[in-house]
Design a protein around this ligand. Structure first.
Ligand code: C2E
Ligand code: MG
Ligand code: MG
Ligand code: MG
Length: 276
């Protein structure tokens, strides 16, 4: 890990602005090659029950690797894929890898677990071949698939998209609101669907250190509970945040305090019972 970090710092230093290829993200072949050559990978981060510490499931977070420029952030990958109209291909790569990994994980766990995958709002289309393939992809598995959509975009929720959401629900696939509380969506989105989860943005969790921050999160938590939603706190980094969130009665949390995003192998290793 030290070595990987050193290499990353080295690469950052040597990466003068003019050393970056001009607008590589406009080049379809770059993303195509990354997908074809297995340089689009998935990291997994557990979503944990705050009361018991039990893992409810994992979020799949995409990571890319450029042969010359090293790691590519999800923001960059998703931005490029959106421009190049390759979002479904990117999501398909994430689903292929993460469903495969989660099949192994749930078998090892001996119980069902959630797998949540981020999608862009524009991917929620009636004619989406990818979405139509989902029921078959999860059939016969113990994987509870959840699709996360950022609050920033859900305000454009249309009747057609509701139909898609309905079809997904019938197939047992949940939808979650991501990054709740920092976008500009109307609060009416909370009553617009039976969301599997509402994921409270980490900015609100980070504000728990202040009295005002605790007041805001307290009211948000109460409102979500009164509406019957299950809340997930994002970005839980410290023990004191965990304690505060538990006291507020939040059900689930995710963040470096529990685990940073890791490889599928590391997830499997984390399930190994401690040596006697
Ligand atoms: P997100 O869905 O809100 O995912 C949570 C982000 O917070 C992840 O960043 C995760 O690594 C980071 N994080 C987790 N725990 C902590 C913590 O305790 N503290 C802090 N400061 N950060 C934490 P990441 O992996 O860089 O992903 C960024 C965003 O990219 C994601 O935000 C998600 O919206 C998007 N994304 C990731 N994978 C995909 C994908 O396959 N498809 C799409 N469309 N978007 C993706
Ligand atoms: Mg997410
Ligand atoms: Mg997201
Ligand atoms: Mg989020």
């Amino acid at each position: 890990l030290r070595e990987a970090e050193r290499q990353m710092r080295e690469r950052k230093r040597s990466r003068r602005p003019d050393a970056l290829p001009p607008r590589w993200y406009d080049d379809r072949t770059v993303l195509r090659d990354m997908l074809d050559q297995g340089r689009v990978e998935v990291a997994y981060q557990p979503i944990v029950e705050l009361a018991s510490g039990r893992v409810d499931g994992w979020e799949a977070l995409v990571r890319g690797r450029h042969l010359d420029f090293g790691p590519v952030s999800p923001m960059m990958l998703v931005g490029a894929a959106s421009k190049l109209r390759m979002l479904d291909e990117l999501t398909e790569a994430v689903l292929d890898q993460s469903l495969e990994a989660m099949r192994t994980v749930t078998a090892r766990l001996g119980r069902p677990a959630a797998l949540s995958v981020n999608i862009e709002f524009e991917q929620l289309r009636l004619d989406s071949r990818l979405l139509r393939s989902l029921p078959e992809r999860i059939a016969g598995t113990d994987v509870r698939l959840v699709l996360e959509i950022s609050e920033r975009h859900v305000s454009r929720w249309s009747p057609a998209q509701r139909m898609v959401a309905g079809e997904l629900a019938e197939a047992g696939i949940g939808l979650a609101v991501d990054d709740f509380g920092t976008g500009y969506s109307a609060l009416s989105l909370l009553t617009s669907w039976e969301w599997h989860w509402i994921k409270i943005d980490r900015a609100l969790v980070a504000d728990l250190g202040t009295r005002q921050g605790r007041t805001v999160l307290g009211h948000v938590a109460r409102m979500l509970a009164d509406l019957g939603h299950t809340a997930v706190a994002e970005g839980v980094e410290t023990e004191s945040e965990l304690t505060a969130l538990r006291d507020l009665g939040l059900a689930l949390g995710q963040g470096t305090h529990f685990a940073a995003p890791t490889s599928a192998d590391a997830v499997l290793a984390s399930l190994e019972p401690d040596a006697p």
